[in-house]
Design a protein around this ligand. Structure first.
Ligand SMILES: Nc1nc2c(ncn2[C@@H]2O[C@H](COP(=O)(O)OP(=O)(O)OP(=O)(O)O)[C@@H](O)[C@H]2O)c(=O)[nH]1
Ligand SMILES: [Mg+2]
Length: 225
């Protein structure tokens, strides 16, 4: 019987972590504790949702157990233990003058997350393309001015609205991300951010808490890779 796709994705991400989870959590704590995080992106991409999850949520110590709700008593790691320093983030919708405020957040950050609507880019939405191009034109310049550079992540949200994501099994999710990276607009964004070594691309959904956990696991895996 086919499990729901998102459960498969959860298992796929979990398989990276189960067995060595605690050691990895220690690595994550070392990499992130007390770090300053800037979460940037246009209106409605999920900034507040992600910040709230990262500062108040928890992730299961053994990810697999979240697949079976009856095992919900599983030990969880409190994300507040990471003590991420994150200021209320801003969006520049309709007001490009707010880029100055973005820059201030960027310049103080150890980690920069740039969120975008992956589903809209996949659908070829020209307005969203124009907006993210403009954002990365700015951010790319700021990143160049930093030494050392902050860790930079392009985080594509709302993939649950993309039919192909819904029907992609765990073993094909890498292909899904590769296909996304090959979109001309995404290659352009990665190039503007300094190339594939500098700009990590993570895709997923934050529709449910479990989806959000899977997305955050992916980010953490990249943070310590
Ligand atoms: N379906 C779905 N909903 C999402 C996803 N990510 C965020 N949301 C929802 O989208 C809405 C907007 O998310 P927010 O976190 O408020 O977005 P924001 O970037 O802070 O928006 P502004 O503060 O207006 O700039 C909320 O209802 C979220 O729960 C996703 O991946 N999929
Ligand atoms: Mg918000």
């Amino acid at each position: 019987m086919a499990l729901p796709v998102l459960v498969w994705i959860g298992i796929g991400v979990a398989s990276l972590l189960v067995g060595t989870t605690i050691a990895k959590w220690d690595d994550i704590v070392v990499a992130l504790k007390g770090k300053r995080l800037a979460v940037l992106g246009a209106r409605g991409v999920g900034k507040t949702h992600l910040v709230k999850f990262l500062t108040t949520g928890s992730i299961p110590a053994e990810y697999k157990q979240t697949v079976a709700p009856e095992k919900a008593s599983a030990r969880r790691f409190q994300l507040s233990d990471l003590d991420l320093k994150v200021k209320d983030t801003l969006d520049v919708s309709g007001d490009k003058a707010a880029y100055a405020e973005w820059k201030e957040l960027h310049d103080q950050a150890d980690l920069v997350f740039y969120l975008l609507r992956a589903d809209r880019l996949i659908a070829g939405d020209q307005d969203v393309e124009a907006r993210v191009r403009d954002d990365l034109r700015h951010i790319g310049g700021w990143l160049e001015g930093r030494a050392p550079r902050p860790r930079f992540f392009i985080i594509g949200t709302h993939c649950d609205f993309d039919a192909e994501f819904q029907s992609t099994s765990a073993d094909k999710i890498g292909d899904y991300v590769d296909k996304f990276r090959r979109l001309p607009i995404v290659s352009e964004l990665v190039a503007r951010a300094g190339g594939a070594q500098q700009a990590k691309v993570v895709l997923g959904s934050m529709k449910t808490i479990q989806d959000t956990e899977a997305l955050v696991y992916q980010v953490f895996t990249q943070v310590i890779s």
